[in-house]
Design a protein around this ligand. Structure first.
Ligand SMILES: [Zn+2]
Length: 76
């Protein structure tokens, strides 16, 4: 059975960030992130709270055809 996959990438937590990749790596499997980083997938619940990789975020927005949201306003 295949799972629904609306975009040609998946998000996976790595060592210090949540990265995107073209594959669907299982827990403990090495993957090449869209930012170029080589990572080991860590799919434990806590790892999903890691910050989103900024470079992967830009690439996924391009692949999905969705513009990046405007930067938040800077506090005075
Ligand atoms: Zn990344």
């Amino acid at each position: 059975m295949t799972s629904f996959r609306p975009h040609p990438f998946s998000w996976r937590p790595g060592s210090t960030s949540r990265h995107a990749t073209t594959g669907v790596p299982a827990d403990g499997q090495q993957f090449q992130a869209l930012c170029g980083s080589a990572e080991i997938a860590d799919t434990c619940a806590e790892a999903w709270f890691l910050p989103t990789c900024a470079a992967c975020n830009v690439v996924t927005h391009e692949l999905a055809g969705v513009p990046m949201p405007p930067a938040p306003p800077v506090a005075p």
